[in-house]
Ligand binder design. Sequence first.
Ligand SMILES: Cc1cc2nc3c(=O)[nH]c(=O)nc-3n(C[C@H](O)[C@H](O)[C@H](O)COP(=O)(O)OP(=O)(O)OC[C@H]3O[C@@H](n4cnc5c(N)ncnc54)[C@H](O)[C@@H]3O)c2cc1C
Length: 461
Amino acid sequence: MPAVETSFDVVILGGGSGGYACALRASQLGLTVGLVEKDKLGGTCLHRGCIPTKALLHAAEIADSVRESAQFGVNASLEGVDLKQVNSYKDGVVGRLYKGLQSLIKSRGITVIEGNGRMVGPHTVEVDGTHYEGKNVVLASGSITKSLPGLEIDGERVLSSWEAMQLDTVPERAIVLGGGVIGVEFASAWRSFGAEVTIIEALPRLVAAEDPASSKVLERAFRKRGIAFTTNTGFSGVERTESGVRVTVESGDTYDADVLLVAVGRGPNTADQGFEEQGVEMDRGFVLTDERLQTKLTGVYAVGDIVPGMQLAHRGFQQGIFVAEDIAGLNPTPLDEKGFPRVTYCEPEVASVGLSEDEAQTAYGDDSVESLAYDLGGNGKSQILKTQGFVKVVRRKDGPVLGVHLVGSRVGELIGEAQLIYNWDAFPEDVAALVHMHPTQNEALGEAHLALAGKPLHAHS
Ligand SMILES: Cc1cc2nc3c(=O)[nH]c(=O)nc-3n(C[C@H](O)[C@H](O)[C@H](O)COP(=O)(O)OP(=O)(O)OC[C@H]3O[C@@H](n4cnc5c(N)ncnc54)[C@H](O)[C@@H]3O)c2cc1C
C-alpha cells in the first residue's frame, strides 16, 4: 500500500465553493493540495443551496408560464405540479454537476481527504487520527441554518431550506419566517406551485439588504402575485396543530399553515473545529481575517461563509482564488466586497452591485450623488415578457457609477454587465457610448446610462 500523503503546500478544510475554488487555483499554480471534506465536494451551493433552489425556481417559472399562457394567445392549462418529478429533475442537475466537479478535482491532482477535519496545530488538521500538515491552511467550513431562541426545526412541519427543497408535495399553506434572499425565493417558488404563502419579516421591508426602491417594487409585485407578507413583525412562538403549525407574532396575531420555513439567516459552521484553540481570532463564530484573508496565524487563511460578509457562492469562489494566488506569491489585489454582484432569484428577480443610494450619499454626501431609475415599461423586451420593474443607476455627480439596482423578470442576467461598469469605475458617459442590442432587456441598462449621461433615448428628459 502506498504511504498516505500527509504533507502539502496547502491543506484546505472544507470542499464547498470557497474551498474547492482555492484547491483548483492552487493546483493550477503548481502547489500540492490536500482538500478535506466530510460530506460531498461542492458543499452547500451545489447540494443544498444555489443549484437545487434555482432548479426549483425554474420549474416554478414554467408553472407560471403555463398558467399565464392565455395572455399570450397560447391556450394551455396547468394540470398540476408533481414535486416528486420536479425533485428528480433538480437532483439530476445536481448529480451531473457533482460528477463533473469530482472529475475536475481528480484531473487536477488534488488529494481529497474524506472525513471530518479538526485543527490540532496551527498548521495541522487531523482527520480520523491522521495528521495532515500544510505549509498553509485554508479554513472553508461554510455555514449552517440559523434559528431563533425557542424555535426548533423539526424537519417535518418546521423546516430549514434543506427540508423545504425536498418536500414531495406542495403545501397548501406555508409560512416563511424571514423575507431575505432564501425566504423570498421559497415564497416565490411555492406560490408558483400553487401554495398560499405568508412571509413574516421583522425588518421594515422585504430584501432589506437591497436598495429601498428595489424592496418597494418587489413588494408590489408580490402583492400582485398573491404572496402575503407582514413586515416589522417579530416572531413570538410556534406550536404544532393537528394539521400543521400555528405561528404567533409579537402583536399576538396568529398564522396557521401546513409548514413553517425558517429562513432567518445562516451562521458560521465553526464550532468544535479547533480554530479558537489554535489561536484563530473569532467573533460570534465567524473567523476574522485581514484584507488578504489571512487570520491572526501566519499562513492560515479563511474563505467563504465563515468570513463576515455576504454569504454568496461567487464570493467564496473569488476569495478561494485570491488566497491561492496570495499563497503562490502572485500578490493579488484585495477584493472589493461591494463589487460582488447579488441576485435574488424570485419572480420578479432583484439584482444589484455596488452601493445603494443611501450608502452612496453617506459615503460622498447627499449633494454629490445622483440617481436615475429607468422604468422597464419603456423597454420593448420587458413589454414582450409582460414584466415590470426598473434599472436604477446611482452615480457620483460628474463621476463614476457607484451602484446598479434592478428588479424585473430575468434581470439577474443583466448584473454581469452592471458589475463590469461598477468594478471598472465606468462613467455613465462611457456606457452611453456602447451599443446594447435591440430588443433585449439589456437595452434598459444602456437607456439608464444614456439618460444619466444627459441624452435619454426612449425616456422623457
Ligand atoms: C437555500 C440556499 C440557497 C442559496 N442560493 C445561492 C445563490 O443562488 N447564489 C449564491 O451565490 N449563493 C447562494 N447560497 C449561498 C451559498 O450556498 C454559500 O455562500 C456557499 O455555499 C458558501 O461556500 P463555502 O465554501 O463558504 O461553504 P459551504 O458551501 O457550506 O462548504 C463548506 C464545506 O465544508 C465541509 N466541512 C465543514 N466542516 C468540515 C470539517 N470539519 N471537516 C471536513 N469538511 C467540513 C462541508 O461538508 C461543506 O462541504 C445559497 C445558500 C442556501 C442555503
